[in-house]
Design a protein around this ligand. Structure first.
Ligand SMILES: Nc1ncnc2c1ncn2[C@@H]1O[C@H](COP(=O)(O)OP(=O)(O)OP(=O)(O)O)[C@@H](O)[C@H]1O
Length: 407
């Protein structure tokens, strides 16, 4: 560990109405709260002493469970069996920063790790200060063990499937079915809205396809080395839709596939009408079946208590906590394992009399109390993470944050 924890991206900090929040013997911690242009760039960088302060102040603790019973990072890092961590929550609370810092920590703890963003509005590239766009695995420089990052382009992930259903010039499954000579069945399928599903897919479908794409990658021998996979998921709404999607698709595609049986028995008729196009249509039907199988795998992955954990990230604010509570309730309903709640961006204590900070701190304290009284959240292991005085960008900064959060 370096002797001075200078955060390399401190110069990129734009928030410069710096409130001195607390004074330790030799250093001053500063937190950027308002976005004014700095008059001077003399940011006070975090010293090792402050780090020790932060670390002792923001220890992993549980609301309802005694500290010694809490399964912390040791538990997350134990074993070489592949494990998946999905980080999700309201937009802007710090999902990407928490996911990226967890991935760096895993890699530094001996796990070849893959961190994937399935959020259509990616910020993983910004978080690692590295270009990760392009839909392929990119090595991240810095950690001790291999760390790769991947931003899945949801449009691209969907393209493969779409093109198969559009090869015959149609505009989705509806046309595909008509192309099969099964126009009269399209009426019956109308209620399933599959055509619309493909033409204007709901957010959950994109994310489910992105996750399915990752699973496809991971099935190959080439990627068998990864023992930890961290997902930076899309905001809550997308995740909730994703969870209900596999069942919807399973039922819908299941019906389509039943019709396929009829299609097969009508092969000769189709052949005489469409000739060579039958192969294309068969491809499309295969794609449907493939999609259905992948969605089932995604569903299974989310519910696998042995290998998967969904970590909810929130901030100490009423709206974010309410949303987290709803997310937890939905995840419970869907049998998705959740053990931890990260409350990010908590204002550190202060010895000064900044009125704004005092108000804000009171507000946050009330929000933290809400968690203790929330039936969905109170039994989760609470991890408190401070609002730090620099933007979390690049591996050294992520290491710093990771050492505070993941213990
Ligand atoms: N603990 C923290 N201290 C200071 N800044 C933080 C902290 N956590 C996150 N941030 C900053 O907050 C901003 C949003 O964080 P991040 O991108 O991780 O959130 P997100 O939930 O992934 O957002 P989105 O939903 O838009 O993808 C970033 O600028 C990040 O550097």
């Amino acid at each position: 560990m370096a002797s001075c924890s200078v955060i390399p991206s401190a110069s990129s900090l734009v928030s410069s109405s710096l409130c001195k929040l607390f004074t330790s013997r030799n250093s001053i911690a500063t937190v950027g709260l308002l976005s004014f242009a700095p008059k001077s760039s003399s940011f006070v960088l975090l010293s090792i002493k402050q780090r020790a302060y932060h670390e002792s102040s923001f220890r992993v603790r549980s609301v309802a469970v005694p500290v010694e019973d809490v399964a912390g990072f040791d538990d997350m890092v134990a074993g070489t069996q592949r494990k998946y961590y999905m980080l999700g929550g309201k937009g802007g609370v710090g999902k990407t920063s928490c996911a990226a810092s967890l991935a760096v920590k895993f890699a530094d703890s001996g796990h070849p790790t893959l961190v994937v963003s399935t959020d259509p509005a990616h910020s993983l590239s910004d978080s690692f200060a590295q270009d990760l766009t392009g839909g392929t695995l990119v090595p991240v420089e810095g950690p001790e063990c291999p760390l790769f990052a991947l931003e899945i382009n949801p449009d691209k992930a969907r393209e493969e499937f779409r093109s198969a259903t559009q090869k015959n010039g149609g505009t989705g499954v509806k046309d595909f079915m008509e192309g099969m000579g099964l126009g009269m069945l399209v009426e019956q399928l109308g209620e399933l809205k599959l055509g619309e599903l493909l033409d204007t897919p709901p957010p959950g479908l994109d994310e489910a396809m992105a996750i399915a794409k990752v699973m496809q990658f991971l099935e190959s021998q080439e990627y068998s080395m990864f023992t930890r996979i961290v997902f930076d998921t899309a905001p809550t709404g997308h995740t909730l839709r994703l969870l209900s999607l596999p069942d919807f698709l399973d039922a819908s595609i299941g019906k389509i596939l039943k019709l396929r049986q009829k299609i097969t028995s009508a092969t000769s008729a189709i052949k005489s009408v469409f000739g060579q196009e039958q192969t294309t249509q068969q491809d499309a039907a295969d794609k449907l079946e493939q999609l259905r199988e992948r969605m089932i795998k995604v569903r299974e992955l989310f519910r696998d208590t042995d290998s998967t954990e969904f970590v909810i990230v929130t901030i100490p604010a009423v709206m974010a906590i309410n949303e987290s509570s709803r997310l937890r309730a939905s995840l419970k309903k869907e049998n998705v394992p959740v053990k931890k709640l990260v409350v990010n961006q908590i204002l550190p204590p202060s010895a000064t009399d900044c009125k704004f900070c005092a108000m804000k701190r009171k507000d946050q304290s009330r929000a933290l109390d809400m968690i203790q009284n929330d039936p969905e959240l109170s039994n989760l292991t609470l991890i408190q993470a401070p609002l730090v005085d620099v933007e979390i960008r690049g591996v050294p900064a992520l290491k710093f944050l990771g050492d505070i959060i993941w213990k």
